[in-house]
Design a protein around this ligand. Sequence first.
Ligand code: SAH
Ligand code: SF4
Ligand code: F3S
Length: 513
Amino acid sequence: MNENQRLDGLQAAAAQAPDKKPEKDYSKYFEKVYTAPSLKDAKKRGKEEVKYHNDFAIPEEFRGMGEGRKFYIRTYGCQMNEHDTEVMAGIFMALGYEPTDGVEDANVILLNTCAIRENAENKVFGELGHLKALKLEKPDLLLGVCGCMSQEESVVNRILSKHSFVDMIFGTHNIHRLPNILNEAYLSKEMVVEVWSKEGDVIENLPKVRKGNIKAWVNIMYGCDKFCTYCIVPYTRGKERSRRPEEIIQEVRHLAAQGYKEITLLGQNVNAYGKDLSDMNYGLGDLMDEISKIDIPRIRFTTSHPRDFDDHLIEVLAKGGNLVEHIHLPVQSGSTDVLKIMARKYTREQYLELVRKIKAAIPNATLTTDIIVGYPNETEEQFEETLSLYREVGYDAAYTFIYSPREGTPAAKMNDNVPMEVKKERLQRLNELVNETSARIMKDYEGQIVEVLVEGESKKNPDVLAGYTRKNKLVNFKAPKTAIGQLVKVKITNANTWSLNGEMVVEETAEVV
Ligand code: SAH
Ligand code: SF4
Ligand code: F3S
């Protein structure tokens, strides 16, 4: 028996009876799985071509690893992470695990983490504190940390030194390695750390278990090359890599055939889609144009970077149909000087010009945005420029944040003369404007009829159904449960700041806004 056969034998034995850690420490037989991340390496953008793979398979020796076991994944952060969770759930199911809703009866718990702001990270460390007690009670429980925080050296070091009860850490580039990482964690007495600093290839055929059967996420690209000076994402998600259009189209067709009603195309900077496809001149506009021909009622995309939002995309969106008239267009600041320090690569005027073009081509377009306040050395005047831009564009909604320094990014090294109280006060003033504007826009819906994609019972009241309009407004209304998953017409009876209440209408002729 050679060394490889012996390892296979050990792995197979461990997969069949992995409930208890073996008496003997077999980990020395394995090449030690310990690769820690480096933000410096993550920053390097190589010229090497991205390879596409369609050959993912659960290794024979790991099949049945999850028999009689349950997994639980807690997801933090953006849609990208939510979708990664769907992929990891798919891998767990393929390994024979079952899902569970509670940590108490889980045999494996994963925290799929977000590194975007300090408070996102604090939540995860808080949760690790809670899970420590559970881990002490159930030593056979496997506890893993994955997602964007795992890509940071400082986080990995902190977990190694202060949270040594964690069994495994892996990053965003190697979720397809989950079976191997789990196997290693069952066998090893030490923490398994496998984080790749550099993105790998694109693997197309990973299994997925989607969260619902009404709306679905579809990745169109991975990574980000923009390097806005405050942002950690280009380091945690690697360089921009587009999926091949035919793969995306096939996935959307398949979802349409399964009865999904809404697709959201995902990427950190979806407007850069196609730039890295060296054999074709193909962009997001071309992709949306093709996808719009698929029989699926609603298509969205997120997130757009204003810099790459080209005329062809506007032209295609203007055709309407299943391409919804809601565009999320993060601006970050209304001050050209701040935008320059953020390295956003557009000015206030260029952004406003883009908004003008979009509104001219799509008159009923709704815009939403992301804004950061309290950037290092942001002056009162610069902040007021953000308020005035908000009024000028007339956004429907915004996600607003206080700037949070992220280790390894250029902004984290900047001196900052803005006290935290001033940042908080600016956020409050901005949020007042955001709320006031929304309340006014929502009020205009009273008496109108909207099309709602019904998602389920309202969280607050199970007698009421809830869903979203094409412009992403939450609508609550009374209707039979059979309406769930359908597109229905609802007459708005009254508006709140962030939601609408209404009654379902049945007449065919009702005019919809
Ligand atoms: N790729 C998207 C944004 C992803 S992060 C885009 O460029 O539009 C979502 C939002 O988080 C950003 O738009 C920004 O407003 C905010 N954000 C990112 N880094 C931040 C930081 N260091 N501090 C505060 N907010 C931040
Ligand atoms: Fe971050 Fe900027 Fe990339 Fe968005 S475009 S993910 S804000 S670096
Ligand atoms: Fe957070 Fe990573 Fe998304 S840092 S916002 S989960 S890409």
